[in-house]
Design a protein around this ligand. Structure first.
Ligand SMILES: [Zn+2]
Length: 220
C-alpha cells in the first residue's frame, strides 16, 4: 500500500478555515480537478468572431495606426469604464494592421479580480482571431501592466507593449499593486517582449484624477 503525499494536503477556504477533513475528500477534490482538465482537453476552440465594428481598424487614409493613436483608443475606453463606475484602466490591441480589441477594467462589474483591462483585451483579441497567440501584436495600455497582466501578455506572444502611467502612479491612487516593475519581470523571466514606457504618461495619469472624482469608487 503506497502512502501518497497528497493525502496530507490541506485546503482552506477564503476565510482561512480548513475545508479538508481527511484524505478521502482530498482524493475526491483531485479527481474532480483531473476530470475538469480532461473535460477542458475535449473542448473546441470557439470560432473566430468578426472584429467589432465600433473599433477603428485603420486611419482614414488606410495606413496603420500609430502607437499614440492606439493609446488614444485605450484612453477613450478607459473613460467609458470610469463613467460606468469601473477602475481607470484601458487597453487596445492591434494585430495584422487591425485593432482587434479595446477593453477597460471590469473587476467591479464582474466581481472578477482578474478582469484587468489587459486581460479583458487579450481575451477579446484571441477570441476575435481564434488564436491563443498574437504574434507581433502591438498593445497600448493606459497603465504599466501588473505582474499578472505582463505575464499574460508574454503568454500571448505579443510583440510590443506601450504603457502610459506607471505602477507607482496606480499605487499612489490607492491600488494594492505589487512593487514589481513590468520591465523587471520581463528581465527576470527572460521574455523577448518589447516594452515601451510612459507613452502619453501625463494623459494616462490624468485618468486616475478623473476616477477619483467618483466618491463611490472601489479601490482594491
Ligand atoms: Zn493587471
Amino acid at each position: 500500500m503506497h502512502q501518497f503525499s497528497y493525502f496530507s494536503a490541506n485546503l482552506y477556504d477564503c476565510g482561512g478555515r480548513k475545508i479538508v477533513a481527511g484524505p478521502n475528500k482530498t482524493v475526491l477534490l483531485l479527481a474532480e480537478a483531473i476530470r475538469k482538465v480532461r473535460w477542458g482537453q475535449g473542448l473546441r476552440l470557439p470560432r473566430p468572431r468578426s472584429v467589432p465594428s465600433n473599433l477603428h481598424t485603420h486611419r482614414s487614409n488606410g495606413s496603420k495606426m500609430t502607437p499614440t493613436e492606439l493609446m488614444q483608443l485605450a484612453i477613450e475606453k478607459c473613460r467609458e469604464g470610469i463613467a460606468a463606475g469601473q477602475s481607470p484602466f484601458g487597453c487596445a490591441i492591434e494585430c495584422g494592421g487591425r485593432v482587434i480589441a479595446c477593453s477597460h477594467n471590469t473587476v467591479v462589474a464582474t466581481t472578477d479580480i482578474t478582469a484587468h483591462a489587459e486581460v479583458n483585451a487579450l481575451r477579446e483579441a484571441c477570441h476575435a482571431i481564434g488564436n491563443i497567440f498574437l504574434d507581433g501584436a502591438v498593445v497600448a495600455t493606459t497603465c504599466e501592466p501588473c505582474p499578472m497582466c505582463m505575464a499574460a501578455l508574454h503568454w500571448a506572444r505579443v510583440g510590443t507593449v506601450y504603457y502610459g502611467a506607471t505602477i507607482a502612479d496606480a499605487d499612489d491612487a490607492g491600488f494594492n499593486e505589487l512593487s514589481l516593475p513590468a520591465a523587471e519581470l520581463l528581465r527576470i523571466g527572460g521574455s523577448t517582449l518589447e516594452l515601451v514606457p510612459e507613452l502619453m504618461q501625463p494623459e494616462c495619469k490624468q485618468l486616475f484624477a478623473e476616477w477619483k472624482a467618483n466618491p463611490r469608487r472601489t479601490v482594491y
